[in-house]
Write a protein that binds this ligand. Structure first.
Ligand code: ADP
Ligand code: ZN
Ligand code: MG
Length: 487
């Protein structure tokens, strides 16, 4: 399939709307008591309800509703006092009931938004709705399209609770779409609504993409791109789709409404079904469930249990700790890392120094292990103690780095390690003076140079003193004594 070159793409504006499915972090399924645990033996977490056996009746999980409410609030949505489940009818081997229980014209929540920043520009993207639904099972193909091909059906996932988050068609580039899903994921994770683990399919994303010539007010015909299983692929799939659509239009063709699949191996989207082949879901109100009523009390309890959301926490880090925006971004990447950082601050009373140590030395040690700040083997309280020791000049920078490496290995507190290693800042002026005398005696030329006006040589002397004390001399005391002795 042909794609248009950049100079042609530049004549068009892209319009993007996203549909994101998020698996709620409940212990049990949405309409039965089966566990939602991942990786169990096929068809072991099932019962008559999630197998869709005749006569089995669904019972809505309160925990699922609670998480769906929190997810809606995290996305600034207005929760409906009453919503209703609806049957979405279609046949699929991994959908044993022959329909999905979803919500249609009366969703749980509407009218929300997600704030994004792209290239320093702030933008608010509307969230049309958040609705609840159950997930289907999984089909596993073996020897697909061979003469001997089999499809196995695993219904462990059948009945897992999901929310679908539908955005307004308000994004205009793949970067904006990327920023939107990133913000959305962070907000949902902060609320403990979902792990959003994409590898386990806990967050799935479909992109609706259209293009229109700049200046045209009507939208072009949209294409839905399914099967995008990472944020990087989302960006690539959208970029490919824009270039493809422009090529079709510039070549005199027309875009028709269809569903396409993104193939990450080839980097292209392939037509799956056209509008004519689209399912007619024949939605109707689910007769086995009463309407869902969320009282004001329930909503306000959910609201009260909300942690500070990432965007607010970022702003507070900048304002009350004086951090740079970039640092605040990194430190609030997850709730665990933000919590970690704040405990280091609480213990040390030194926000900026704490940020330097968390993002610098600690992050550097975690990176090769593929671990995040929140998973650090160094307890936040211990790092806070180390930062405090540095601030009080009980440890010099190089000594503290040494101690941190040992904390990382042993999990011991910095005080214990410093004592065990005999690491202590030497602030005793008598001891330092003695070393300075030795250094000066060993380097008469440099002493002469200094006295002749080359005052920058002080750095050389300081370095020699530090070397002689294995980095333990208090640098301030060294500076003062050097100045006095040399002049
Ligand atoms: P459908 O009826 O096909 O489900 P919706 O109007 O419900 O379509 O929209 C589904 C998604 O597609 C939403 O995220 C919406 O923002 C997006 N969308 C709608 N129209 C367009 C368009 N012309 N271009 C891009 N995205 C669109
Ligand atoms: Zn079940
Ligand atoms: Mg729709």
């Amino acid at each position: 399939m042909e794609t248009a070159p950049p100079e042609l793409i530049a004549k068009y504006e892209a319009v993007i709307g996203l549909e994101v499915h998020v698996q709620l972090a409940t212990r049990t399924k949405i309409f039965c008591g089966c566990p939602t645990s991942f990786g169990a033996a096929p068809n072991s977490n099932v019962c008559p309800v999630c197998l869709g056996l005749p006569g089995a009746l669904p019972v809505l999980s309160r925990e699922a509703v609670d998480l769906a409410i929190k997810g809606s609030l995290a996305l600034n949505c207005k929760v409906a006092r009453q919503s209703r489940f609806a049957r979405k009818n279609y046949f699929y081997p991994d959908l044993p009931k022959g329909y999905q229980i979803s919500q249609f014209d009366e969703p749980l929540a509407e009218h929300g938004w997600v704030d994004i920043v792209v290239d320093g520009k702030h933008k608010r993207v509307g969230v049309t709705r958040v609705h609840m639904e159950d997930d289907a099972g999984k089909s596993q193909h073996e020897g697909f399209r061979d003469s001997a091909s089999y499809t196995y059906v695993d219904l462990n996932r059948s009945g897992t609770p999901l929310i679908e988050i539908v955005s307004e068609p308000e994004m205009r580039s793949s970067d904006e779409a990327f920023a939107y899903v990133t913000e959305l994921k962070q907000a949902i994770q902060f609320m403990d609504v979902s792990t959003c683990d994409m590898e386990k399919g806990h967050l799935r994303c479909d992109a609706n993409v259209s293009v229109r010539p700049w200046g045209q007010s009507e939208f072009g015909t949209k294409v839905e791109v399914k099967n995008v299983n990472s944020f990087r692929f989302l960006k690539l799939a959208i970029e490919y789709e824009i270039a493809r659509q422009v090529a079709v239009i510039e070549g005199g063709g027309k875009i028709f409404q269809e569903t396409r699949l993104y193939n990450p191996d080839t980097g292209v989207t392939v037509g799956m079904r056209s509008k004519e082949q689209a399912h007619d879901y024949r939605y109707f109100p689910e007769p086995d469930l009463v309407p869902l009523r969320v009282s004001e009390k329930w909503e306000s309890e959910a609201r009260a249990s909300m942690p500070e959301l990432p965007s607010l926490r970022r702003a507070r880090f900048v304002e009350s700790y004086g951090l740079r925006e970039y640092d605040a971004d990194v430190l609030t990447a997850s709730r665990a890392s933000a919590d970690y950082f704040e405990e280091v601050v609480r213990t040390s009373g030194e926000p900026k120094l704490a940020a330097n140590w968390v993002m610098g030395d600690l992050a550097g040690m975690l990176k090769p292990l593929g671990k995040e700040i929140g998973e650090s083997p160094v307890a936040a309280k211990h790092l806070g103690e180390l930062v405090a020791m540095v601030a009080k000049k009980e440890l010099t920078g190089p000594m503290a780095k040494d101690v941190l490496a040992k904390m990382f290995e042993s999990g011991d507190s910095p005080a214990v390690i410093a004592q065990r290693e005999g690491l202590q800042t030497i602030s005793d002026t008598g001891a330092i003076e003695k070393i300075i005398d030795e250094v000066m005696a060993a380097n008469p030329k440099q002493v002469e140079g200094y006295k002749a006006g080359k005052v920058t040589l002080i750095g050389f002397f300081a370095g020699q003193v530090m070397k002689a004390t294995r980095g333990q001399a208090n640098p301030q005391v060294v500076q003062e004594l050097l100045k006095a002795k040399l002049s």
